[in-house]
Design a protein around this ligand. Structure first.
Ligand code: WTA
Length: 635
């Protein structure tokens, strides 16, 4: 028997040992005893290393929404499933019970069916953080449609790329969204995107901001009349455990974004299990994750993991700074939040403000503080622990990825030790290893490239439409180890500290940004010859983007000023404002190897002001540009 809820350190040790000695038995037990299946699986685990094909609970049948909603109705139908806290604090919040959510998901599922959506079809969801976002996600899952949620901060071009990549025929959006003092015109962005998406036949529009928008005849429909007319009863579609549940795009170091595919069975089991244990969720606790559902954190730990446990999950439409920097703390007090899960970038931004924004609020309900998305620096960890946790609430630094589906390395609050800046110990079923650059296994206290030894149930199964890329990205050197792309340090007690990306992905305010698409956007400018982006440490964002750009003609101060603006506009249009450059310099050339590869390491040193660590540059094709760039960067 595997224990679902780990209550003490012995539970953790036993579960961990069992899970590593016999992962198949371990996960089979968890899956069988804690979830509803239509049909048991034929094979717990199947792995073809040559093709990187991984399957869990093969042949098992289920519908994930029955595990998220239906099975709680008898006992907890009147308990709150979702709390919606609007952007504007004077607008009333909404509590949606399990029973109400169940009925609303049924209605939405029937709307989708009436629009011809069938099992396996892809549906793009481009919505602000309003209840309809969670309801749309669950409605897709109910009828076996594959949701592809795109974060509302992405531009029209980025949205179009994602819609076309997985061939969505239907898009769910809203007339707009509120974000702090700003209004986001989501429908306008969708209209622009769809000019490049001939496959989209239907757009369902939720009314949120009540402005006048253009509705394209024959394509766009308001959701409300369809929703109101729909039946509130809907049969869940029986899914194979390995059928895709959703696609979520993440940046790669090269090329277009990767549509990570997660499947129904394993994802459900792993997100539910990790939610329960990492947050030590107890019935009637109020749990709040501040992420946007457009990212994996929102998928796994606002919707799927919490609801699978019958939890009350709060979703917040706004931003931490509106109407002032006390908003998070006001919400914690208002809803008596027990578990709070946010990102280091938010913590740093709030830590910079006066403690007068924290002091007025009663935060005594808090039992667990979580952090996710990027390494948390010691000051931020300490501030979070001291001022929000009052020195007693444990801080769990959780390391994981879009590709891992769920939390991989994290302390269990009150059970295992927390250490500032360390994600500490692996979850049961997760066996991290550190390798050197030649692929040799490193033992003991050391630092290296982080790999995971054995697939766990919620590992992404493929990249939509490009399994070769999946294999090449995640199993590039060793068929039997998943490559995370992160570096890590391990102490003598086996605690892990994540040191950051080892590839060309830069994490800015918790958002993963690949350098290649940003460089492509810059290079589109007719005056630009070439560009290279590197990360530069930033006090609040973790990293900011520094661009080294060469022009076709010698720059003048006037062209430089114009280009500064024009380049950031291009990036905003192609990707989104999140990818704007913080700094850019126009240089006579970029340092290259003799085979023509840009030496980003050198550029990184220049951006970081660590030019004393440049090493030998004489083997470069053009060593002279290095000094020139250093001079320009100092200006
Ligand atoms: C980074 C977010 C240090 C890491 C769930 C990873 C972290 C990437 C942590 C995945 C953490 C995430 N400490 N680094 N606690 N959590 N990262 O796909 O580089 O948006 O590879 O998933 O974020 O980001 P993603």
């Amino acid at each position: 028997m595997s224990t679902y809820h780990l209550k003490n350190s012995d539970d953790y040790q036993t579960a961990y040992q069992n899970s590593i000695n016999d992962p198949i038995d371990f996960w089979a037990n968890i899956a069988k005893n804690n979830f509803d299946w239509h049909k048991p699986w034929d094979t717990v685990f199947d792995w073809h290393q040559d093709t990187a094909k991984i399957q869990w609970f093969k042949g098992g049948r289920l519908n994930i929404t029955e595990n998220l909603l239906d099975r709680h109705l008898a006992q907890r139908g009147q308990s709150t499933a979702l709390i919606f806290e609007p952007n504007d604090p004077s607008e009333p919040h909404e509590c949606i019970t399990y029973q109400a959510l169940y009925l609303r998901v049924n209605k939405m599922a029937n709307v989708l069916k009436s629009q011809g959506v069938k099992k396996g079809d892809r549906v793009c969801i481009y919505l602000p953080m309003i209840p309809e976002l969670a309801i749309s996600v669950l409605a897709c899952a109910k009828i076996g449609a594959v949701h592809s949620v795109v974060f509302g901060g992405f531009s029209a071009t980025a949205l179009a790329t994602r819609i076309n990549d997985c061939d969505c025929r239907l898009v769910i959006t809203s007339d707009g969204g509120f974000r702090g003092a700003k209004i986001i015109d989501l429908k306008d962005i969708v209209d622009e995107a769809l000019e490049a998406c001939p496959g989209v036949a239907t757009v369902l529009v939720v009314e949120r901001i009540k402005t006048k928008i253009r509705m394209k005849e024959g394509r766009d429909q308001w959701l409300a009349p369809l929703f109101n007319a729909a039946s509130d009863q809907c049969q869940a579609t029986s899914m194979e455990a390995e059928d895709p549940l959703f696609i979520l795009y993440t940046s790669g170091s090269t090329g277009k974004p990767k549509g990570m595919v997660h499947s129904c069975g394993g994802y459900m089991v792993y997100t539910a299990y990790t939610f329960k244990n990492v947050f030590q969720y107890q019935p009637d606790d109020v749990y709040w994750c501040t992420a946007d559902i457009g990212w994996i954190t929102g998928h796994s730990y606002i919707i799927y993991g919490p609801l699978a446990n019958g939890a009350t999950s709060l979703m917040f439409e706004g931003v931490p700074s509106y109407p002032d920097f006390g908003r998070f703390w006001a919400i914690i007090q208002k809803h008596k939040v027990h578990q709070f899960y946010t990102a280091p970038t938010a913590i740093r931004a709030l830590a910079k403000e006066s403690l007068d924004f924290v002091r007025p609020y009663d935060l005594s309900s808090l039992k667990v503080l979580g952090s996710v998305g990027e390494p948390i620096n010691e000051e931020a960890w300490q501030w979070y622990s001291d001022h929000i946790g009052k020195g007693t609430t444990p801080v769990v630094d959780t390391w994981w990825q879009t590709e891992t589906g769920g939390i991989m390395i994290a302390p269990l609050p009150g059970i295992t030790k927390t250490i500032p800046t360390y994600a500490t110990l692996p979850m049961p079923g997760i066996e991290p290893v550190l390798l050197d650059e030649n692929g040799h296994l490193l033992e003991g206290a050391t630092q290296g490239f982080l790999y995971i030894k054995h697939p766990w149930p919620s590992i992404a199964r493929t990249i939509w439409g490009d399994h070769d890329r999946y294999k090449a990205t995640y199993f590039p050197k060793f068929k039997d180890k998943y490559m995370t792309g992160d570096g890590a340090l391990r102490d003598a007690a086996g605690n892990y500290r994540i040191t950051g990306r080892t590839d060309d992905v830069i994490i800015v305010s918790g958002h993963n940004l690949g350098t290649a698409p940003i460089e492509d956007a810059i290079n589109e400018h007719p005056l630009v010859a070439e560009s290279a982006i590197v990360g530069q440490p930033h006090q609040i964002k973790g990293n900011s983007l520094f661009g080294f750009i060469t022009l076709k003609d010698e720059p003048t101060p006037e062209t430089e000023a114009v280009l500064h603006k024009a380049i950031n506009e291009l990036i905003t249009k192609r990707i989104g404002a999140i990818a704007k450059l913080n700094e850019m310099i126009f240089c006579p050339g970029l340092p290259k190897t003799r085979s023509g590869k840009i030496m980003r390491r050198i550029l990184r040193n220049i951006a970081n002001g660590t030019t004393d660590q440049l090493g030998d540059t004489s083997t470069l094709l053009n060593p002279e540009v290095v000094d020139q760039i250093i001079r320009l960067a100092k200006k």
